[in-house]
Ligand binder design. Structure first.
Ligand code: ZN
Ligand code: ZN
Ligand code: FE
Length: 762
């Protein structure tokens, strides 16, 4: 029986080789008809035997082009017309609204084969790409996506490239960034002052510099990297000193899987994650002995490892480097550099050479970071390779632009049932980061062709994003509590709805009572929440300053655990720095001078680490003490210490004081720190499961959602997943957005969307 079906495909179907894919698939199944780009997506009519039509549809859905994300918006049966052959029709004009910009993707195997084939016209050409790979978001200035609206506009194609571009049977049919050595971008090497170094082979010279131990700035896909030989201790130290990044671990790039396995333990799941076309940095457990310099990742037991993802990386990694440090090119927490001039100015005094090219990066996009926790991938940073791919929500929501939190900034724009997440912006503490924040806001509105009237932001009035929102007089602003946003983001990405018990565990978020929250058990749904339980509040002497100087947080914990006799214990622990009189900090605490109350688990970790003797005086980045405590705990053994759960006005208070007293006494008795660190982790996990079980029994709930930066701690995360499941709860986990504040914008957008919807229906 002959049938004819008309399809409307939406989703990511533009710039991903979708039409030639439909053309080839239709031909393979002996179907006639046509395919065409229109304003609202890709339309196709296919005609043939009913069985062939079914096979066609199955093929389209199960084997789409690697970059595509297909939704069938319409499928209508038509009368057969007897049409012969299959055609790709000219695009119909009008603005493309339902078609999305694809993320940047690692160079594909077909292109790699050509790259290393001496007979190929693109042999060793660093900008080789095709419909299935290469730059997308990072070269786009506007939509719809075609070459004239990308940074390839200034490179007219040569006749050979043009032929590929026009041929539906070619892998490069409508590959907008198509290029070759004749017509495309080229490499150039600059010295430390940004002056061009004349050479026929810039790559060779750059490799020589790296081998010598010099620091090379390399222009990549979404920004510059700073590279040094990761096995050269002195070179890595030099980079640390120049970059003012005293101790944060550096990411490294290795040539292939075998090279990764030489320096770290790689499970099959981790292997899959390393090889995904998004090519994230994957956190892997260090091997005891490897060639990697100690200065690459001091104090932690993991390496951040990625495989090459641009042709240029592959060419570099051919040169027998065991590993290269590849860290975002910036000074400490500023945004990554993208322009040639910008790089030579901002990296002056850091880079010895610059390996640049003349294809502009138009959108900043940092490397993504991921790990495998409890058997599944978890993201630490959602950026290159994933941005601006949307998450699909359960239901369409009103349009909202959410501005995120202060740290790990990311924006979320909700349109219909899609939540578009921006590239990672970073901490909004420097003028450069704030510029980037505004750039990103404009970008998101441009590529989604949407200017939402509703803005969502954090409750905290001093956050840069909240202040920005307050200035947008023509839009409606909705404030969302930080931990509520955490839990709703987890609900939303799991496409679940209704009330859950949310465990929101992080460093800082302003509570509705003006306190600093961060160890929260919330009963939450999409519009509202009740704070059903929390870690017992303790004082944070000198407020924010205590984050950098954990001994102060430890004083707050000792006061909670021992009351007025805390100075005695602080004295025995030798907790206070020599120049700090106990009387002074006593006065600060007694009069509560700049000493907010907090329930933050992040701070509890800092304080316990300091009591156990780690990082007392100073941490160089937030979470450093906790990361080291976790690394030690993996080497230790421990069961569970006592803790208290009390109820005050219907709210559960989890008091870790009994455990803190035992830890204090045991460290004074000379017990090994790894065992005490392990005990502390085990106690938290047991207490969280215990309290969750009690709340869920009272509230008749069977689901718990986990979110918050503290769940980047592998022991805590895996322990909580396991023990919550053991008490019979279904555990909702983040997979598509990070546990840290990179998920906040999604949560804010969904809360605001539901609130508007509710308001409108009243
Ligand atoms: Zn390719
Ligand atoms: Zn060409
Ligand atoms: Fe948070």
């Amino acid at each position: 029986m002959i049938k004819r079906i008309r399809y409307l495909f939406s989703g990511i179907v533009q710039g991903v080789g979708f039409r030639p894919f439909i053309y080839r698939t239709a031909q393979r199944h002996r179907l006639s008809g046509w395919v065409q780009n229109r304003a609202d997506g890709v339309w196709a009519e296919v005609e043939g035997l009913a069985s062939d039509l079914t096979a066609f549809k199955e093929d389209v859905i199960s084997n789409p082009p690697p970059l595509a994300e297909i939704a069938i918006s319409q499928a209508v049966d038509l009368l057969p017309t007897g049409e012969e052959g299959f055609k790709i029709l000219e695009s119909e004009g009008g603005e493309a609204r339902k078609v999305h910009i694809a993320p940047d993707i690692a160079v594909c195997d077909d292109c790699l084969a050509e790259l290393f084939n001496p007979a190929d016209r693109r042999h060793r050409y660093p900008f080789i790409n095709c419909t299935n790979c290469g730059p997308r978001l990072t070269i786009i200035s506007d939509i719809p996506y075609d070459r004239s609206r990308t940074s390839m506009a200034c490179f007219p194609m040569c006749p050979a490239c043009r032929r590929e571009f026009d041929d539906p049977d070619n892998r490069r049919f409508h590959t907008e960034p198509n290029a070759c050595p004749v017509c495309g971008p080229i490499l150039q090497l600059l010295d430390k002052d940004g002056r061009a170094i004349p050479t026929a082979d810039p790559l060779r010279k750059a490799v020589t510099a790296l081998k010598r131990g010099d620091i090379l700035a390399i222009k990549g896909l979404g920004g510059f990297h700073l590279a040094v030989d990761a096995t050269n201790e002195e070179a890595v130290q030099k980079l640390r000193a120049r970059k003012l990044r005293e101790e944060k671990p550096f990411a490294i790039m290795v040539r292939d899987l075998a090279a990764a396995k030489r320096i770290a333990h790689v499970s099959p799941e981790e292997e899959r994650l390393l090889l995904t076309p998004q090519r994230p940095i994957v956190l892997l457990r260090k091997k005891d002995r490897s060639a990697i310099a100690t200065a690459v990742a001091p104090g932690v037991d993991t390496f951040g490892v990625m495989l090459p993802y641009t042709p240029l990386h592959h060419l570099l990694m051919q040169e027998d480097f065991a590993a290269l440090v590849m860290t975002s090119a910036n000074k400490s927490d500023e945004p990554i550099c993208i322009q040639n001039r910008e790089a030579t100015e901002r990296l002056r005094g850091i880079a010895d050479f610059f390996l640049i090219h003349n294809r502009d990066i138009l959108v900043r996009c940092d490397d993504g970071i991921a790990a495998v926790y409890a058997g599944a991938p978890t993201l630490f940073r959602r950026s290159r390779g994933l941005a601006p791919r949307p998450l699909f929500l359960r239901k369409p929501l009103p349009e909202v632009l959410a501005l995120g939190a202060e740290l790990k900034g990311i924006l979320c724009l909700v349109k219909e049932n899609m939540a578009f997440l921006s590239p990672h912006i970073g901490d909004l503490e420097t003028p450069l980061a704030r510029d980037f924040f505004h750039e990103t806001m404009a970008l998101m509105e441009r590529i989604t062709e949407c200017r939402p009237e509703v803005i969502a932001c954090d409750l905290h009035p001093d956050y840069y994003a909240s202040r920005t929102a307050a200035c947008m007089k023509d839009r409606k602003v909705i404030f969302v509590q930080h931990h509520h946003a955490h839990i709703v983001s987890c609900l939303a990405e799991n496409r679940e709805t209704g009330t859950v018990l949310g465990l929101a565990m992080d460093g800082t978020g302003l509570g509705t009572d003006g306190r600093v929250w961060g160890g929260e058990f919330l009963l939450a749904d999409e519009t509202d929440f009740i704070r059903r339980g929390h870690l017992k509040h303790f004082l944070l002497p000198t407020g924010e300053t205590a984050i950098r100087h954990p001994w102060r947080t430890a004083v707050g914990l000792l006061q909670m655990a021992y009351g007025a006799s805390w100075p005695e214990w602080a004295g025995r622990l030798r907790l206070l720095p020599a120049d700090f009189a106990p009387a002074m900090i006593e006065r600060i605490l007694d009069r509560r001078i700049n000493s907010p109350e907090t329930s933050s688990l992040g701070r509890l970790f800092d304080g316990v680490a300091a009591i156990l003797g780690l990082r007392r005086e100073k941490v160089n980045f937030e979470g450093q003490a906790a990361m080291e405590l976790e690394a030690l705990a993996r080497k230790g053994q421990g069961t569970v210490l006592p803790y208290d759960i009390e109820k005050e006005n219907g709210v559960f208070i989890l008091d870790m004081s009994p455990a803190i007293r035992i830890l204090t006494e045991q460290i004074l008795a000379g017990k090994p720190v790894p065992d005490l660190a392990a005990l502390f982790h085990a106690t938290l996990i047991a207490a969280f499961a215990d309290l969750s079980r009690q709340i869920c029994a009272e509230e008749n709930l069977d689901r718990a959602a986990l979110s918050g930066g503290c769940f980047q701690n592998r022991i805590l995360y895996e322990g909580c997943v396991r023990s919550l499941e053991q008490v019979g709860l279904k555990v909702l986990r983040h997979r598509l957005v990070p546990n840290n504040d990179g998920c906040i914008a999604l949560g804010q957008a969904v809360v605001a969307g539901y609130r508007i919807k509710k308001e409108r229906s009243l």
